[in-house]
Design a binder for this molecule. Structure first.
Ligand SMILES: Nc1ncnc2c1ncn2[C@@H]1O[C@H](COP(=O)(O)OP(=O)(O)O)[C@@H](O)[C@H]1O
Ligand SMILES: [Mg+2]
Length: 294
């Protein structure tokens, strides 16, 4: 997938193999999907893995959170899914070195209806990303809070799902729905789809409810629950209004640290999956590589 070159400095380069594609999904809104998509993607880039963030939500929060206002005239995912533009033409460089964005625009709302009669409507995103996939180590899809055609496109394009969950009572209700959705997608469109992991967000270990719900989710998902939990952290909520991922806004904050740790966990899992392909990024970073950090 990627390897490190030592020529004075360590860095990852694409080696012609395909990026692993994660959809950040949960049909509930406000659970931390976009916060996770932006900050996981930025943290993977900080670990020197070229990463692409795709904003699949008509609300455009991932785009504006990286400083790209949805009101500007600019081609984005809408044109890509309508086959009016290639992914290549849609990629934007961000303030974070190694992190590219494929932005959304508000007209994505209409796409659900516009594509209904079109051929291969579930495969548009997968096909769009195919030509640029070898350039990246990871592709992160920020999904809308709905089980619509945009979300379906993300689940069909993805290798694996990352499911942010708030440890509150109603989190458990969504689990059955999630598992049903994954099974449906597997049986019809994407047999290889996996659940990479459940991520606890806005986690407060001091409350009994958080602990209790976390225990239940661990019982259900076992070691597919990420060891890293994301704490409630005000810097994570502030950073998007500055158009920056948290690690460019406040490198030393708890939220930043949590997402960096999550990125290492993700990379570590990837290394276990494909031992020959991915050397230890922590070692590469520790060897003094200049990353996108400020
Ligand atoms: N760990 C966190 N700590 C504090 N605020 C958070 C955290 N994660 C998300 N938020 C805030 O909660 C709200 C919803 O998060 P968001 O990532 O947009 O969820 P979703 O994309 O699932 O709708 C946003 O205002 C965001 O800034
Ligand atoms: Mg969102």
């Amino acid at each position: 997938m990627f390897h490190v070159e030592h020529r004075g400095e360590a860095r990852y380069t694409a080696d012609g193999s395909m990026a692993r594609i994660f959809a950040i999904t949960n049909q509930k809104g406000g659970v931390g999907k976009t916060t996770t998509a932006i900050n996981l993607a930025a943290s993977l880039a900080a670990a020197e893995v070229p990463t692409l963030l795709v904003d699949c939500d008509p609300q455009c929060n991932a785009s504006s959170g990286l400083g790209f206002s949805p009101d500007e005239e600019r081609p984005g995912l809408y044109q890509g899914l309508r086959r009016e533009a290639a992914a290549e033409e849609l990629l934007l460089a961000t303030a974070m070195e190694g992190l590219a964005l494929l932005p959304a625009s508000r007209d994505l709302v209409g796409l659900n209806l516009e594509l209904v009669q079109e051929p291969e409507r579930e495969f548009r995103l997968r096909q769009l990303l195919e030509p640029v996939r070898e350039r990246f180590g990871f592709v992160i899809l920020d999904c809308p809070p709905a089980l619509d055609l945009l979300n379906l496109n993300a689940l069909v394009a993805a290798d694996s799902l990352i499911v942010p969950m708030q440890c509150e009572y109603f989190a458990l209700e969504g689990v059955a729905q999630l598992v049903k959705t994954v099974q449906a997608v597997q049986s019809v469109w994407n047999p290889a789809l996996e659940i990479e992991g459940v991520l606890f967000t806005q986690f407060d270990e001091r409350t009994n409810l958080s602990k209790q719900v976390a225990d239940n989710l661990r019982q259900y998902f076992g070691d597919r629950v990420f060891r890293t939990a994301i704490p409630r952290a005000v810097r994570l909520a502030e950073a998007p209004s500055h158009g920056l991922p948290a690690l460019l806004y406040d490198l030393k904050s708890r939220g930043t640290e949590a997402y960096l740790q999550l990125a290492h966990e993700v990379i570590e899992r990837e290394r276990t999956r494909q031992p020959s392909l991915a050397p230890d990024p922590a070692a590469a970073a520790a060897s003094g590589a200049g990353s996108g950090n400020p």
